[in-house]
Design a protein around this ligand. Structure first.
Ligand code: IMP
Ligand code: MG
Length: 337
């Protein structure tokens, strides 16, 4: 069955870490990444670090075939570089309908003051490429001979895998609040980033979905423009040790405390069946590297229980450090209840 991994806030919740963990733990036969190369996912595994923006974070499991569904966009330079760096060329595939961003769209976007300054775009040409696709002028994967060997009917492959009883992991990019439709327009990205949006990019029906895991970080960050409720000034953020930089652009991220009200709405409308919380160790130093729930500091456990009580959805995956395996996995305990 399908598991959808969805960002709950403004992106950068740690989806790459959670996806890499699920890939190693659940061994999906297929994993797809949605979206495009504007979104950076960081994977740190046993001392190695990758900043990935084209391929699924499930590349960490050599048994998982990794791909891009029809609604995704890619950039060939970035894609081939990542396939080589991760040694995953032989298990990569993409749908013929994937949109291809060329240097032209990157340049057009970077010259667009509205996108770059008002919206705060990452300048990767994604919005320009997507708009050309809407106008039916964009070149797709099927137009590029160098992609020929990778072309696969992705919706059909996903359905076949599910029908064989295999697991398929869909890694969303960005977050609910950056959705073109559901975020604070115009301070959003150029696609629908919600659970239903990422499923539509894959192109299979909802009956194949079993789990919707919404990922929240233990605090909220935002890069680019747009409102951020409860935003801390840089001095406060530094005092609390909550300083992060963008994976793609290196920009300093804006910071706010965990937003329960927002999390509740996002859990509800995405139909979350599970919640993942990352960077618990950034709020509770004693949580660092803990992998069993009972070993967490009392305050950290109390905070997780409060979230679970408010969201009314089980918190199943808790991130406690930067390594893929720095995780408390409560799914078994939930299943046994
Ligand atoms: P664009 O999608 O690159 O045009 O950027 C539009 C808005 O979405 C800007 O505020 C970006 O900072 C934000 N954005 C796009 N991708 C990401 C991401 O992966 N993480 C966080 N913010 C993003
Ligand atoms: Mg990111």
């Amino acid at each position: 069955m399908l598991t959808l991994l969805v960002g709950g806030f403004f992106g950068d919740e740690g989806k790459g870490k959670v996806a890499s963990y699920l890939a190693l733990k659940d061994e999906p036969s297929i994993s797809l990444r949605t979206g495009a190369v504007n979104a950076g996912h960081t994977v740190i595994l046993q001392g190695r670090e990758w900043k990935i923006r084209a391929i699924p974070s499930a590349f960490v499991n050599p048994k998982t075939r990794i791909g891009l569904g029809p609604g995704a966009l890619t950039n060939l330079g970035v894609l081939f570089k990542e396939l080589e760096e991760t040694g995953s060329t032989s298990r990569f595939f993409l749908d013929p309908h994937v949109g291809v961003i060329s240097d032209q769209e990157v340049e057009e976007e970077r010259q667009d003051d509205y996108l770059m300054k008002v919206v705060g775009s990452t300048g990767q040409g994604v919005g320009y490429a997507e708009s050309k696709r809407v106008l039916r002028k964009l070149k797709l994967a099927s137009d590029y001979p160098e992609l020929g060997r990778f072309l696969t009917d992705v919706p059909a492959s996903v359905v076949e895998a599910v029908e064989r009883g295999e697991e398929v992991l869909v890694e969303g990019t960005q977050g609910h609040m950056l959705s073109l439709y559901h975020g604070h327009y115009p301070y959003v990205t150029s696609r629908n980033t919600t659970a239903s949006g990422i499923l539509s990019e894959v192109g299979v029906g909802p009956k194949y979905v079993r789990e919707v895991i919404v990922v929240f970080k233990s605090f909220v960050t935002r890069v680019g423009q747009g409102a951020l409720e409860g935003e801390l000034d840089q001095v406060e953020a530094e005092k609390l040790g909550l300083v992060e930089r963008g994976t793609v652009t290196g920009r300093l991220r804006r910071v706010a405390p965990f937003n329960m009200k927002l999390a509740k709405q996002v859990v509800k409308v995405n139909g979350a069946t599970q919640v993942a919380i990352t960077k618990l160790d950034w709020l509770f130093k004693g949580a660092s590297g803990i992998r069993r729930y009972q070993d967490l500091p009392v305050e950290a456990k109390r905070w997780i229980e409060e979230i679970q009580g408010e969201l009314k959805v089980p918190v199943t995956i808790i991130g406690t450090g930067s390594d893929t395996y720095d995780v408390i996995d409560l799914r078994r305990e939930v299943a046994e209840e």
